[in-house]
Design a protein around this ligand. Structure first.
Ligand code: FAD
Length: 442
């Protein structure tokens, strides 16, 4: 029998939540072992290698907002904060090619977008008036009180015409929360506007990584090893319980503190309490639905996209993100894409190409190269029922410490939510070890 490996803290799952927990611990001087089933870090926020093209592509474009303070702090700690470009201007492109730039103007927050919004060509005066009224309601809305109702209900209560929902509210919320306005809990949707859009130029700035996502984690193994810990890739875990983790193949890691940073659907069935029973905190999550995101990488034989990114108004394809600066290669993103997921690659690429042609007259009918990436379980569906079932991150007596974007961190499924939960888990681990955090967390 192989004798068990011992360490102070073991973190299971090397996504953003697990990385955040492990780095927080390492920077407080705690030796930590990070176990990840795949051969690379990053989980859902990572990249794949396209052998035919010899380069890395992200599973889908990931963006951060200025208000993602925990994620940005994590990036600073893993020494990659300079790997992002930040943008405060957004281009909204209609069929026919008309472009509206939404950008901060002369008024202070929360009115900083008022000038460009009033001039927006894709909205009618009636829509603008209605949206302005709803923004005032959003600013003062109580998110907790709206948690059990959908954002669609909120919009109807705020008297929003369908055109304003189709042209303005949906593109923002479907992209941010990956769910249609009539399904998503109003609470995370309100947060997007309260803490992003309305909070100030810095809060709503969009950060786009300049490197493939997988490269953002390049310093993590060194940071952990400097504190006496390590990252172990290709280590699938089959059972997690307080003090002990069993890996597939019969290995065992014993630790004073255990953090489970698996997605909840993977933790269910693997996570047990100190009485050997399935962890009750995840019970309410079994049966929860997911929502698909589609990323379509395209390359044309000439430049098509002159902006770093573009929102396509009232098209099935929601956003385009340029790769490099030429504009011939970019990624199309379709959120809440369950309806697309069953289509063939050919059909998906055809739909995206036709949306691009509609909004960029002069674009070739078909790209020179294209590749569709389906993430069917991109995020959990942030319905009112799900919001009510989220367990708190951290520790409860007799249980393992929980981390993951699904925990109740008051954020939708995002890298920010994952980073926050990881930090909360690390602090809980340090408390169980009797250590005070040292990396500036308190
Ligand atoms: C296509 C797509 C687009 C997105 N766009 C954005 C965006 O623009 N902005 C944003 O902020 N967020 C975005 N998100 C959401 C974001 O990626 C997630 O919310 C976040 O990465 C979740 O991190 P996590 O650590 O909680 O979970 P995960 O990333 O799922 O990490 C869990 C880890 O556990 C590992 N694991 C699983 N089973 C085992 C096992 N048995 N043993 C050991 N390890 C195991 C997994 O391999 C994984 O690495 C997007 C997600 C997707 C899929």
């Amino acid at each position: 029998m192989v004798s068990p490996t011992r360490c102070r803290v073991v973190v299971v799952g090397g996504g953003v939540a697990g990385i955040s927990a492990a780095v927080e611990l390492a920077l407080s001087g705690v030796p930590v072992m990070l176990l990840e089933a795949r051969r690379r870090l990053g989980g859902r926020a990572s990249s794949f290698h396209d052998a035919s093209r010899g380069c890395w592509y992200d599973n889908s474009q990931h963006i951060a907002l200025g208000c993602c303070t925990a994620y940005r702090e994590l990036c600073r700690r893993i020494e990659v904060e300079d790997d992002f470009d930040w943008y405060t201007r957004q281009q909204w492109v209609e069929a026919g090619g008309r472009v509206t730039t939404i950008q901060p103007g002369m008024f202070p927050p929360p009115l900083h977008y008022a000038e460009s919004f009033l001039g927006a060509a894709f909205l009618s005066p009636a829509d603008k008036f209605a949206i302005g009224r709803a923004m005032i309601a959003i600013r003062f809305a109580d998110r907790e009180a709206w948690k059990s109702r959908t954002f669609g209900e909120f919009l109807r209560t705020a008297g929003q015409p369908q055109t304003s929902i189709d042209r303005f509210w949906s593109p923002i919320i479907v992209s941010a929360c990956n769910l249609h306005v009539d399904r998503v809990s109003a609470s995370p949707a309100l947060k997007v506007f309260q803490e992003g859009f309305l909070a100030g130029t810095g809060a709503s700035a969009m950060g786009i990584p300049r490197v493939p996502l997988v490269e953002l984690y390049r310093h993590v193994p060194r940071i952990l090893s400097e504190a006496g810990g390590e990252v172990r890739l290709g280590m699938a875990v089959e059972r997690i319980e307080p003090g002990r983790v069993r890996t597939v193949g019969g290995g065992e890691v014993r630790a004073e503190s255990v953090v489970c940073a698996l997605p909840f659907e993977k933790a269910i069935g693997r996570l047990f309490n100190d009485r050997g029973e399935p962890d009750g905190r995840l019970k309410a999550l079994s049966g929860v639905g997911f929502s698909t995101i589609l990323g379509v990488h395209v390359q044309y034989d000439r430049p098509v996209l002159s902006h770093p990114s573009a929102v396509l108004v009232e098209r099935g394809t929601h956003w385009l993100f340029r790769r490099g600066s030429v504009g011939d290669e970019f990624q199309a993103v379709i959120s809440a894409a369950d309806e697309w997921a069953g289509l063939t690659d050919e059909a998906i690429i055809g739909r995206v190409a036709s949306d691009i042609c509609a909004c960029f007259p002069g674009a070739p009918a078909t790209p020179r190269w294209a590749r569709a990436v389906r993430e069917r379980r991109a995020t959990w569906a942030a319905t009112p029922a799900f919001e009510a079932a989220r367990p708190a991150p951290g520790w409860t007596p007799g249980g393992v410490i929980l981390a993951g974007d699904y925990t109740a961190v008051d954020w939708p499924a995002t890298m920010e939510g994952a980073a926050r939960s990881g930090k909360a888990a690390a602090i809980a681990a340090m408390e169980t070890l009797g250590i005070l955090p040292q990396s500036g967390s308190h």
